[in-house]
Design a protein. Structure first.
Lengths: 234, 234
DNA sequence: AAGTGGTCTAGACCACTTA
DNA sequence: AAGTGGTCTAGACCACTTG
């Protein structure tokens, strides 16, 4: 089990600080040579470290050492940049697309509206210290947010909801699972198709307990850990 | 990108119900033949489906179609068998080991006790419909649970805490991240070293807000999704 | 232009599971 | 005993990134 030994060797170098967060690893061919093995086997080790969240890959660019993950509390409403700031990180959001369109099957079922109902769909890409880490897609019920597309998306959606429509997030139902990145989502995150990822789905309620929107968040899985405190019911 | 096409082909067969949950896939060599490719490429497709949680692997036994994941709410105290039952699944727990020992570094830091303090360590393996899905390790502060090892571990720990010591779980701090299975943990789960996994770490408090124990749960990542509702603070 | 990562081939041997 | 999965080798070509 050569690939386990190689994995441990690289792992130790990371833990020892010889390979710092954000650093690029040497070329695969060079690494393979220095471990006296082939690229195939080396890549097995690297994939393992990717699964563990110690390394990440940028498509065609190489392998990098993962920074400390962002601690993400789904029960917090604080917007993304603020959450990052509290943890000493720099965050930035880019608008990919915002439009009115028929709800996808998944979105319709979450929002409990008939399939193909019109909803707003807002796609955004979020960066942590200039690394793209999550693609967020919101499906928003137009009923509560007339003329949403005319608004500016420079501030957070939470802020927009509150200041323009008096809607306040008050409850969220979330779901976390693991998946893999495909197609455009992968491209936005500079990931190779099939990279492991974390999917956070949220269904959000306003202060009157109405469902107002839902969102799908595809995270580079090494970039976050979900962390929260819960009072136990019963 | 042959491996993506193969992945989609298999994926469709699963969605169409041609490959039912729990079914074993044909041998890798046969699959490779039928897709006119090599085992290496085929295995790339299979690994992708594993990352997505549609397939899982049992070490040296082959590839299987994943059943529906268990919905796991960390804010619930209900014990594991009951949680499973509510979702129409059959659960079972096996005791691997229970002993008094010096706290590991990770456990000591979570429990906020000096390194190498004596704590109880209880390792258990949990099955869902006779498939091993999670290895749970509890680190328990002896202070609140004198003579714990003399008790029977046939019922749940929650029940034991309540009935024998009057200790009631009232708050939990949890953390979810992705990782990979190694060593004994992998073996218990019948997994190949390096299989993707989900790690749930919990720090538990009693009714007086004392930390009483912590636990590390290594899940077959296709076997659960974390699902919860949260009232938003502020 | 050179080098790199992404993808793929066509084998091989071994230890283990299964019939 | 046969077949299977786990692991590994030694190449190859292409498209893309980088200097």
């Amino acid at each position: 089990m050569q690939y386990l030994k190689i994995m441990e060797a690289i792992s130790e170098q990371i833990d020892a600080g010889l390979l710092a967060a954000g650093n690029k690893l040497p070329a695969e061919r060079k690494l393979a040579d220095s471990f006296n093995t082939t690229r195939v086997t080396l890549r097995e080790s690297l994939a393992l470290l990717e699964a563990e969240g110690k390394l990440y890959r940028e498509d065609r660019r190489g392998w990098f050492v993962s920074p400390t993950p962002l601690s993400y509390d789904p029960t917090y409403t604080t917007n993304f940049p603020q959450m990052a700031k509290e943890q000493g990180r720099l965050a930035r959001t880019e608008l990919i697309d915002a439009k009115l369109m028929p709800a996808s099957r998944r979105a319709a079922s979450l929002l409990k509206v008939p399939p193909l109902s019109e909803v707003y769909r807002v796609d955004r890409l979020r960066f942590l210290d200039e690394r793209p880490v999550v693609v967020v897609t919101n499906f928003i019920l137009p009923k509560y947010f007339p003329n949403l597309l005319e608004k500016s998306f420079t501030s957070s959606l939470t802020t927009l909801y509150r200041e323009e429509y008096g809607v306040i997030y008050s409850k969220t139902r979330y779901r976390v699972s693991t998946t893999s990145l495909l197609g455009e989502t992968a491209q936005h995150l500079r990931a190779t198709a099939g990279s492991p990822a974390m999917l956070v789905e949220r269904l959000n309620y306003d202060q009157h307990d109405n469902v107002i929107d839902c969102d799908l968040e595809y995270w580079r899985h090494d970039a976050i850990c979900i962390e929260s405190v819960a009072e136990l019911s019963k």
